[in-house]
Design a protein around this ligand. Structure first.
Ligand SMILES: Nc1ncnc2c1ncn2[C@@H]1O[C@H](COP(=O)(O)OP(=O)(O)O)[C@@H](O)[C@H]1O
Ligand SMILES: [Mg+2]
Length: 206
């Protein structure tokens, strides 16, 4: 029998759809366990322990919920931020500090953002650690996002400069792309990965 030829990887948008469907199918209890598992692994990481200013996100579309990690960070006295779409620079984000009970409003993507925003926003380069939601990841730290390039644009300076913030991708294990991800020139690589099961530092990037 002839060996079968390797199956070509699906186009990126097809892969995005498959990965997003997989995470949306997780039950509420799986999501809850995942969120607490994630916080347990994160709290042991050096990047977390050394960070004073940390960016989180508001989970949508089955994304792993950084909520328990956010509450832990507040308890530890860390300054916590959420991304807000930049009003002028297209598809870029700024970061706004949030406290327990901060008021959020929904932006045009249906994602909750802190309000009032820009007066209290800080520039991305002053964060120590950014927790980024992933659609897909591989073991080398390549990521697939929602397809708008928000994080790639906002942290483009990290491609040429080895300075803060550290970028840590958060995902469920079902978002792993076993065959690996071929990065594009504009993609910003991750410094570490965190899932409900593990934390993986990617020393090659820092
Ligand atoms: N630094 C950047 N400057 C300008 N455009 C960018 C930059 N980073 C990404 N983009 C654009 O954003 C779009 C989406 O990027 P992509 O990497 O596919 O999305 P995601 O990272 O969300 O998966 C691409 O068309 C890309 O050209
Ligand atoms: Mg990208």
């Amino acid at each position: 029998m002839k060996p079968s030829s390797p199956v070509p990887p699906p186009p990126l948008n097809t892969l995005r759809q498959q990965l997003r469907r997989a995470r949306r199918q997780l039950s509420a209890s799986q999501q809850r366990h995942a969120a607490f598992g994630l916080a347990r692994h994160l709290r042991h990481a050096l990047l977390w322990q050394g960070a004073r200013r940390i960016a989180f996100y508001h989970a949508v579309d089955g994304e792993i919920d950084p909520g328990p990690a956010l509450r832990l960070a507040w308890q530890l006295g860390k300054a916590c931020y959420l991304p807000v779409l930049h009003p002028i620079k297209e598809n870029q984000m700024v970061f706004v500090r949030v406290w327990p009970g901060s008021r959020l409003v929904y932006n045009r993507w249906g994602i909750a953002e802190p309000k009032p925003a820009l007066k209290h926003s800080i520039s991305p380069g002053t964060l120590d650690l950014v927790l980024m939601p992933l659609v897909g990841f591989d073991e080398a730290g390549h990521r697939i996002g929602m397809g708008k390039g928000f994080y790639d644009r906002t942290f483009a300076f990290r491609r040429s400069q080895h300075r803060r913030p550290a970028l840590v991708g958060l995902a469920h294990e079902c978002q792993k792309v076993a065959g690996g991800i071929t990065p594009s020139a504009w993609d910003v690589a991750l410094d570490a990965l965190a899932t409900p099961r593990r934390y993986k530092a990617l020393a090659s990037h820092r």
